[in-house]
Design a protein around this ligand. Sequence first.
Ligand code: GN1
Ligand code: MG
Length: 358
Amino acid sequence: MELDLDSQVLSAYGYTKENIQITQIGTGLINRTYLLSPLSEDKKYILQNINTSVFKNPQAIANNLKAIADYLSKNYKDYLFIKPISTQSGEEMALIQNEYWRMLPFVSDTVSLDVLSDPKQAYEAAKQFGKLSRLLNNFNTTSIKPTIPGFHDLGLRYEQFMLALNQTSKQFKGLAKLEIESALHHRYILDYYNSYTHRSDFPDRVMHHDTKISNVLLDAETYIGVCVIDLDTIMPGKFISDLGDMMRTYLCAYSENETDLSRIKIRLPYFEAMVKGYLSEMKSILTETEKELILFSGKYIIYMQALRFLTDYLNGNVYYPISYPTQNLDRTKNQFKLLSELSLNQKDLQDVIEEHLV
Ligand code: GN1
Ligand code: MG
């Protein structure tokens, strides 16, 4: 699909509409992404419009990526970290008519999957996300900033849910009655988390914070992990964020948009592969507290995502794009079903974790 992309954006990077082919790609809910193929080069580029209602401080993203890229290139020269390409005037982003754009190199001979069809993919992806955090184990996390303040703060997400509940209409409350009850009932997940936060061996680490499968590039032939992408939410966080979001998105064969809840089931081989891949990188640096919280990470993130979808539904769908009016409510149901499946299987899942921790 050819698109009407402002020519000023292209010219910031030295291109014109005549010498480049533009295609919109990607399935993310937040940023708009384009593939640029300059006619005179072999290389391709990714151009992204940053959603500033979500990322209110795009400069923080640019600063974080620069600090991390500098550290990695100094300490791990061979590691492939996809940092933005500067504009012709040397800026990390192009600011055109109040919109922020950035350009990234396109990594050729790789694939990005939307769904997992083999546990090996879970292993490779988890290994890539684990590797990023491991390489940054000694990086000073206070030198980077949250790009979305409180992004994975379950306490804040719970407060936002309560606020939405108090402000929403009677009608929405009625339609979401069961999901609201579930949200209130599962508050113990937040209390449990809070009982851990004072521990000294529960450090902030550099987390990717969006570990879905499409954010890992795999070698197009071997399907071996190459690198991680979509780096806007790289910021300090707890290790549960990345592993938890992998559980949320890798374990079920169907996505958060699936409405047939009988399909929402946990795939044990994917869980095992994911744990194995993550621990192959992280086992040596995880603390005792972190090891205790491996399974909990899934509960934490799935519950948080259920709260986020429900909050958005009660607020009138202002955050997540929807294709029909009750989609965020359906997504909430889906996530609560996933949460209950995780709990139902927890003994088996914990056994797998123990096996891979020794
Ligand atoms: C958003 O845009 P995308 O799909 O990469 C969201 C994630 C959610 C996800 C749910 C910045 O990510 O936190 O888990 O939707 N990102 C932001 O599909 O809110
Ligand atoms: Mg994302």
